[in-house]
Design a binder for this molecule. Structure first.
Ligand SMILES: C[S@@+](CC[C@H](N)C(=O)[O-])C[C@H]1O[C@@H](n2cnc3c(N)ncnc32)[C@H](O)[C@@H]1O
Length: 375
């Protein structure tokens, strides 16, 4: 079902591994009422666990993760479907330039800072030479304008929408932006020529219907749904986490999600302005002070961080599951050593995830996905 509510493309998304992961979690949730997902990303796992009517606590450093999670805490009686469709139609039937004039919209940050032909203020145009447009090229100009108009209408609440209706529109906006991103899928770079030729309407009827269907069927108002948007190390230190099923899906390698998906955060942060961007950054990364420390910047860092995490969670009647891959920077032995050191029992389940022919030596290679179980 979550497959149908897929908001954005995301490295590490676990939708394709449901059969491998969910039955294990479900089994342990027979005896527990609380589920924690600490590196939630698209919240793919929480969307499945939500069907079991459990208390769900999730965390990620990213705002988009929080906005997607908020769909689990949205109830059908809180939203007026007719108003939402009216909003979508208004966006699709009115020319963005006309709306900018009508409302005198001056905050065109997505257009100017991130879109083709934008008037960039946070970098010298020189760095964009050798490109089709002398600006950042994450979105076609028209898309940038449309995103800015939607942001303005939401920020100033022109349509008198409530908080939950806004959450739905922000999710639709994430999806709309991601569908029109001139990238290969991540925002760590944009393409140097415009590859987005097909511009779709903002009203993605299929996705909207799927969201509404999911909310109707699975969101029942008697459980806790809480999202902490913080560094996991802060959350575990301050929360009393016991008698729970915990799922940890850390970044597998040194890739920093904050500089690969930052554009998604900008789009849905209605307070976003160019001051967030590090001056001179071609890809518009956030200023360092606006970022968390990368939890997996090296093999040593992630081992140290995991030691802290597992130490906090130990001896509290928790069932812990960790996703991990044979391509990851933290090795199976590292997890095993930590488990021994902290007195956890250690079990691991594996699945061949992908097989490919290595072009270099012509041999078959496989990537394995693992699920580590600690208690
Ligand atoms: C492998 S992805 C998780 C994917 C997720 N399971 C899904 O299905 O979409 C790892 C996530 O860890 C988050 N992350 C990285 N460092 C973090 C930290 N220190 N605290 C909390 N989350 C962090 C990233 O933002 C990213 O979303």
């Amino acid at each position: 079902m979550f497959e149908k509510v897929r908001i954005v493309r995301y490295i590490g998304n676990k939708t394709n591994l449901y059969n491998f992961i969910i039955p294990e979690l479900k089994n342990k949730l027979k005896e527990k009422e609380k589920f924690y997902e600490f590196f939630a990303g698209t919240n793919a796992i929480s969307f499945e666990i939500n069907k079991l009517n459990k208390n769900i606590y999730a965390n990620d450093i990213s705002l988009y993760s929080k906005i997607i999670f908020s769909l689990l805490d949205t109830y059908i009686e809180d939203i007026n479907i007719k108003n939402l469709i009216e909003f979508f139609n208004y966006i699709d039937t009115n020319n963005s330039e006309k709306l900018i004039e009508k409302y005198n919209i001056t905050e065109l940050f997505i257009t100017n800072e991130l879109s083709m032909s934008g008037n960039v203020k946070t970098a010298d145009k020189e760095i964009f030479k050798n490109q089709e447009f002398q600006s950042r090229m994450y979105f076609p100009y028209k898309i940038g304008l449309k995103i800015d108009v939607i942001r303005f209408l939401l920020k100033n609440n022109i349509f008198k929408l409530n908080k939950k209706e806004k959450i739905i529109i922000l999710n639709m906006l994430l999806n709309y932006a991601d569908k029109h991103a001139n990238t290969t899928g991540v925002y760590g770079a944009f393409l140097k020529t415009n590859k987005i030729k097909n511009i779709r309407p903002f009203y993605n009827k299929q996705l909207f219907n799927n969201i509404i269907e999911y909310i109707k069927e699975y969101n029942i108002k008697n459980t806790i749904k809480k999202f902490f948007q913080d560094d996991i190390l802060n959350v575990i230190e301050h929360e009393k986490i016991e008698n729970a099923v915990i799922y940890l899906d850390p970044p597998y390698n040194t890739r920093d999600y904050q500089t690969n998906y930052h554009i998604l955060n900008y789009i849905i942060d209605l307070n976003f302005n160019p001051d967030y961007i590090k001056y001179g950054s071609k890809t518009a990364v956030p200023k360092t002070e606006k970022r968390f420390k990368n939890i997996s910047s090296s093999n040593k860092t992630i081992i140290n961080n995991f030691e802290k995490i597992l130490r906090y969670l130990a001896n509290k009647n928790n069932e812990i599951f960790i996703s991990y891959s044979s391509e990851g920077i933290m090795k199976l032995e590292d997890y095993q050593n930590l488990a021994n050191k902290l007195g956890y029992t250690f079990e691991v389940k594996e699945k061949e995830y992908r097989k490919y022919k290595s072009q270099k030596n012509n041999s078959n290679s496989s990537v394995f996905e693992y699920l580590i179980k600690l208690n």
